[in-house]
Design a protein around this ligand. Structure first.
Ligand code: GDP
Ligand code: IMO
Ligand code: MG
Length: 424
């Protein structure tokens, strides 16, 4: 399951809903920058690291090697679930290959994010994600979960803290890092997490060999992909469909179906180009009706119309077989809705998503306008019962993105979901 926009497409809701059909749910990239919401009746669960399958008993949830893990955050999540009587000990496993986010990563994120890139701040979640992935690729100062249990961990922290002190002060940071304190803090986390930490690649490959069904839960969205997104205003992992195999250790032959998740409109948090962004009252209405404030950082999300050029691009890139269109209810009260069907650049009509930031910044969206439907859709459970305006809107999205719509979501609750005939 892959987000097709800039994140927060309501992947959490959908993963939770689909989990009953699976034996395993896997998070394979990103880290605590993700904020996935699952609503079950009165209960709202916000998950950052733990796969959204965790609320279904009898399903194994796996955090794979491609994730960057903040031990304090995951322990906090485990504690929160525990308080609500959800015990994760039997159905959560963490890869010993996953890289660990340390306080220096968060300090580095703070200083680098304050600087502008291409004239604008990236506006990261300040969770240390970019610096941790940078250290992973640079290799010399990286620590993985498995390292926390090996001799030499203390010395490694001492060496890295010394180097990070130098690096941080050269960036103007006055952050004090205490190697002893960090060592004892992380040794404590390691001890508490030990029963969950294991080798997960063989675990998943064995499960697949035994005919088990595995659901991969993408974090962020394909437009934030480090290689294929709106670089440099992206996250530091492969958040499009192409990242599944690298992050999980499961080769492409096992990927049978890719469900692409998109909102019925578009949102973005942080900096970067956003061709269909609305700076007017309509944008504010969408933000209010959709409660568009970040799950992880609480920041107001930027809102705009559905961009079919972008979603066609990310659907192809991610190998999407069918679409899930979320938050349709949010558009119900608008007198008219618009879909961006193409861009205009230097007087030319552009059907493809530009690869360069500067071009994306200069495009003007070409819109098609569809009359609104002014009907509460939150209680509707069949496609055929949707108002004709809403059906027309969905059909047009499907035509433009060139993919069938398998699922439509009309509210945050599990029950507020419409499956197309034949899809489940
Ligand atoms: P994720 O990061 O992709 O899992 O998405 P988030 O959890 O960050 O944001 C999605 C938000 O929309 C959450 O607050 C969900 O509870 C909520 N939500 C999910 N589906 C719907 C829907 O169909 N309609 C409305 N109004 N809200 C929804
Ligand atoms: P979920 O999984 C929305 C955005 C940040 C910033 C950029 C880089 O809930 O969809 P980072 O901290 O990753 O270095 O920030 O990416 N971003 C997200 N936006 N949803 C997310 O996750 C995001 N994770 C990162 O706002 O623009
Ligand atoms: Mg989110």
């Amino acid at each position: 399951m892959i987000g097709l926009q800039w994140g927060d497409e309501a992947k959490g809701k959908l993963v939770d809903l689909m989990t009953s059909q699976f034996d395993y749910v896997v998070r394979y990239q990103g880290g605590s920058n993700a904020g996935h919401t699952v609503v079950i009746g009165e209960q709202v669960y916000k998950l950052h690291h733990i796969p959204s399958g965790i609320l279904n008993s009898g399903v194994m949830n796996v955090i794979a090697p491609g994730v960057v893990l903040n031990p304090a955050t995951i322990l906090e999540e485990i504690r929160g679930l525990d308080q609500r009587r959800i015990d994760v000990s039997a159905n959560l496993r963490i890869s010993d290959r996953a890289h660990v986010v340390f306080p220096w990563h968060i300090a580095e994120d703070r200083v680098t994010n304050a600087a502008s890139v291409a004239g604008e701040s990236i506006g990261t979640t300040l969770r240390g994600i970019g610096p941790c992935y940078r250290d992973k690729y640079a290799r010399s100062h990286a620590i993985r979960m498995g390292d926390l249990y090996r001799p030499g961990f203390r010395e490694r922290i001492e060496t890295i803290v010394e180097a990070k002190h130098r690096a941080l002060s050269s960036l103007g940071s006055t952050e004090a890092l205490d190697a002893n304190a960090i060592y004892s803090e992380f040794s404590g986390y390691a001890q508490r997490l030990q029963p969950l930490v294991t080798e997960t690649t063989d675990l998943l490959l064995d499960a697949l060999d035994a005919g088990k069904k595995v659901l991969f839960e993408g974090a962020q969205g394909a437009l934030l992909d480090i290689d294929h997104g709106t670089f440099p205003f992206v996250t530091s992992s492969n958040s499009s469909g192409v990242g599944i195999c690298a992050g999980s250790g499961v080769p492409p032959r096992w990927i049978q179906r890719v469900l692409g998740v998109a909102k019925a409109y578009t949102t973005r948090v942080g900096g970067g180009p956003f061709p269909t962004e609305l700076h007017d009252d309509v944008g504010q209405r969408i933000r209010d009706l959709g409660k568009e404030y970040g799950t992880t950082t609480g920041r107001p999300r930027r809102c705009g119309w559905f961009d079919a050029v972008a979603v066609r691009y990310t659907s192809r890139l991610s190998g999407v077989s069918g679409l899930s269109i979320m938050m349709l209810d949010v558009l119900s009260q608008l007198p008219e809705v618009k879909i961006c069907v193409a861009y205009q650049l230097d007087g030319e009509r552009l059907e493809r998503f530009p690869s360069h930031l500067e071009d994306l910044r200069r495009v003007t969206p070409i819109y098609e306008t569809i009359p609104g439907w002014d009907t509460d859709v939150t209680q509707i459970r069949r496609m055929s019962q949707l108002p004709s305006g809403a059906r027309r809107y969905l059909e047009r999205i499907s035509e433009l993105v060139r993919r069938p719509i398998d699922v439509v979501s009309v509210g945050p609750d599990r029950a507020q979901t419409i499956f197309a005939d034949g899809a489940s």
